[in-house]
Design a protein around this ligand. Structure first.
Ligand code: ASP
Ligand code: CP
Length: 332
C-alpha cells in the first residue's frame, strides 16, 4: 500500500521512519527538477502563509526556507527579533499568536534554546489552530532540515537520477568536531543510521561526551561509533562531515587553542588521503576557515560538497513545506 504522509510538525528526526525519508527524498527530487526549469515556481502553496521566526542568526536556513516557500507560491513573513515587539517585552508565544491571527499556516522556527519549537507546536495543537511548526534549529537539540538536505546531497551524489535511502547502506561516514554543541550532528546521527550507514563520531573528549553512545538505540540498520582521535574515524571513510566549533555555546574553555585543534582534528587534503578514494567532505556552514577544515580543501570542488549542500537545501525545504502544506489543503 502506498505510504501517506501524516506528520504535521517537523521537530526532529529521532522518530522518523524509513518511509518518511523515502517520501522526502522523492519529493525533493521532483522539486529539484522544478528548480531546473526556466519557470521555477509551482502554485502548490498558493494562499498559504509561511512565517519565519528566527530568534538566532542564520544565513542559509532562513533564506532557503524563504526561497522555498516563494517557489511554492506561498506568502512569506520574516520576523526580525531586534526590531520586533519582543524588545518591548512581548513573549515568544504571544509573538507566535500574533502571526497566527494574521493567518500563518506554517512557522519555521530557530531558537537558541532546545525545545522552543516543540513548545509552540504543543500550544498550536492545544488551540486546535491547525498551524504547523518546522524546526530550523533549536539549541543543541535538532536541525532536521539540515540533516535531510545532507542526506539528499549524499544520495544524489551516489545516484543522481534515483536518489534513495538504500544508497547509503554500509557507507562509512565520519562526523568530526564539536559534536557536543551540534544539533546538526544529532539530526544526522538519526538520519544516517536510519539509512544503514556506519556513523563514526570523532572529536576531543571535551567536545564528544561518552553519552553519545546512547544514540545507538539498536532500532535502526546503521551503527554508531565514537573516537577521541581522528585517524580511526577517517580510515576508509566514504564521507567526512566537518562541524564548526560553536563558540557561542561554549560556557567553559573546552579547547587548548584553535591552532592545536586544527592540528589534531582539522580536515585537510593530506588527511583526506586516509579515506576511501573519492571521499567527499561536507560542512553545514558557516565555516571557520582554517580551523575545522583547511581553506583550500573547502574551495576544491573535487572534494567539497558544501555548495551542493546549500543548493539541495532549497529543494529539500520545498519538499518539507509541500508535504506539510498539502495536509492543510486536504483538511481544508
Ligand atoms: N548552521 C548550523 C551549524 C552551525 O551553526 O555551525 C546550525 O545552525 O546549527
Ligand atoms: N547550516 C545552517 O544552518 O546555516 P545557517 O546558520 O546560516 O542557517
Amino acid at each position: 500500500m502506498a505510504f501517506t504522509w501524516t506528520r504535521n510538525h517537523i521537530l526532529g528526526l529521532a522518530d522518523w521512519q524509513g518511509e518518511e525519508y523515502r517520501t522526502l527524498l522523492q519529493t525533493a527530487s521532483s522539486f529539484r527538477e522544478v528548480l531546473s526549469r526556466r519557470t521555477k515556481k509551482v502554485p502548490a502553496l498558493q494562499g498559504q502563509v509561511v512565517t519565519n521566526l528566527f530568534f538566532e542568526p542564520s544565513t542559509r536556513t532562513r533564506s532557503s526556507f524563504e526561497l522555498a516557500a516563494k517557489r511554492l507560491s506561498a506568502d512569506v513573513l520574516n520576523f526580525a527579533p531586534g526590531s520586533s515587539s519582543l524588545t518591548k517585552g512581548e513573549t515568544i508565544l504571544d509573538t507566535a499568536l500574533t502571526y497566527v491571527a494574521m493567518g500563518t499556516d506554517i512557522f519555521v522556527i530557530r531558537h537558541e534554546r532546545a525545545g522552543v519549537p516543540d513548545t509552540i507546536a504543543a500550544e498550536m495543537d492545544r488551540l486546535e489552530s491547525g498551524v504547523s511548526i518546522l524546526n530550523a534549529g533549536d539549541g543543541q537539540h535538532e536541525h532536521p532540515s539540515q540533516a535531510l538536505l545532507d542526506l539528499f546531497t549524499l544520495c544524489c551524489l551516489l545516484d543522481d537520477e534515483h536518489p534513495r535511502l538504500e544508497l547509503l547502506e554500509g557507507k562509512k561516514i565520519a562526523i568530526v568536531g564539536d559534536i557536543l554543541h551540534s544539533r546538526v550532528a544529532r539530526s544526522n546521527i538519526w538520519s544516517l543510521t536510519a539509512a544503514g550507514a556506519e556513523v563514526h563520531l570523532a572529536g576531543p573528549p571535551t567536545l564528544l561526551p561518552k553519552y553519545f553512545e546512547a544514540f545507538d538505540r539498536g532500532d535502526r540498520p546503521g551503527k554508531l561509533f565514537l573516537h577521541w582521535e581522528l585517524e580511526p574515524a577517517l580510515e576508509k571513510a566514504d564521507f567526512v562531515m566537518t562541524l564548526r566549533l560553536q563558540k557561542e555555546r561554549m560556557t567553559a574553555n573546552l579547547l587548548p587553542s584553535l591552532r592545536e585543534y586544527h592540528q589534531r582534528f582539522g580536515i585537510t587534503r593530506q588527511r583526506l588521503k586516509m579515506c576511501n578514494s573519492g571521499a567527499r567532505v561536507l560542512h553545514p556552514g558557516p565555516v571557520n576557515r582554517g580551523v575545522e577544515i583547511s581553506s583550500d580543501l573547502m574551495d576544491d570542488p573535487r572534494f567539497s560538497l558544501i555548495s551542493q549542500q546549500v543548493t539541495s537545501g532549497v529543494a529539500v525545504r520545498m519538499a518539507l513545506l509541500y508535504l506539510i502544506g498539502n495536509l492543510k489543503q486536504e483538511a481544508g
